[in-house]
Design a protein around this ligand. Sequence first.
Ligand code: PMT
Length: 415
Amino acid sequence: MLENKNILIGITGGIAAYKICNLIRLYKKSGANVRVVVTPNALNFVTKLTLQTLSGNEVYVDNFEIDEYKPEHIALTESDIFVIAPASANTIGKLTNGICDNLLLSTACAFARPILIVPAMNENMWNNKFVQENMTKLKTAGYEVLEPASGFLACGVNGIGRMREVEDIFEKTVAMFSQKQILKGKKILITAGGTREKIDPVRYITNSSSGKMGIALADNAYKMGADVTLISTFGVEKPYRNIVTPTALEMEKAVKENLSAKDCVIMSAAVSDYRVENVSEQKIKKQGGELNLKLVENPDILKEICQERINLASHQEAVAPLEGEMSKGQRGVNIKPYVVVGFCAESENLIENAKAKIQKKGCDYLIANDISRKDIGFNSNENEVYIIDKSLNIKHIEKDTKENIAKRILEEIFE
Ligand code: PMT
């Protein structure tokens, strides 16, 4: 699986360091060339000789320990992947601040290929505000992270912070190598979250969408090489473009303004079908008895962009005979047959309703999910979906994490 891949392992000072001996064996068995760089503290937990024997290569500790100075950190960056495991809170903190006071850190700083961080530490350290902020920074910057598991920790307590099993690290490495860049060169617009329609300055109408499904789609599309624009009802810190639109009207405007030159639009946001006609400028006082709010219909963004596509196509047909008279730069301006993917949230008759909805909306694919279930759909970490195409063919994707479901959806549509 990893034949001829050059894997660089970075070991920092933590008790889980001893487990990396088995990881080296797994990598070697599957055909990889393994090199190891350690922090000086890592050698308190595992010996240089053991790592050298298992990897079959010299183990790197310090830039300055050798007689003739060579910039080892630059040579080490020629590896295909850098797996830092266990990654201590100290190394994570330095990494996120660009500190390079040992060979492992200088190598990570200069490393331009994928880096996988596998943290391991005491539960309180893991939950520490600054450590969590650093983890967010790493993810935002595009580092892959294999989050720690819960279990018995070396400090004698049960809790989160345990380094993931070496088999998980191995599988994650394989998955990173097999990540196909199927969306390279594609521009994708994705919506996420539940819109919030104001009633007055303190109250609003919304739904239970957490945005997790849409963000998982955006993250995966980005990893697959796409140029991603995420339009969401709340802000996220990501390495791709993010436009925040709390209401349906704001989302409609942003989607239309950013539609030009897109290859695909995925509407996973839960857009409110109605908004309050007259939003009160002041907080509505309790008056006793009923409160009547008049709701008016919001635009159906998905339906509108599908209609816009039909208009563009007929415009294209109309201008085609004139193309000979146009200058090269004028031809086909803003006219692009983007793929439209809608979502469908149903609490009953999922497939029947989804089939009717794809025809009504006019999109190419509709992703149907059952929102009556507590374990999937709204605000859960998992989902189970049916992909329905224009010819009403159905593909079932079984329950999985939203990250994996998003990956499968993109693969099904684009491969
Ligand atoms: O955000 P999570 O907590 O992770 O939950 C994910 C999800 C359940 C929100 C997601 O998987 C999902 O189903 N999203 C669509 C929710 C929805 O609004 O479904 P709908 O069946 O009401 O709408 C159908 C489609 O039309 C959707 O693509 C929706 O974005 C779009 N729509 C709806 C209303 C409207 N006024 N304009 C629209 O564009």
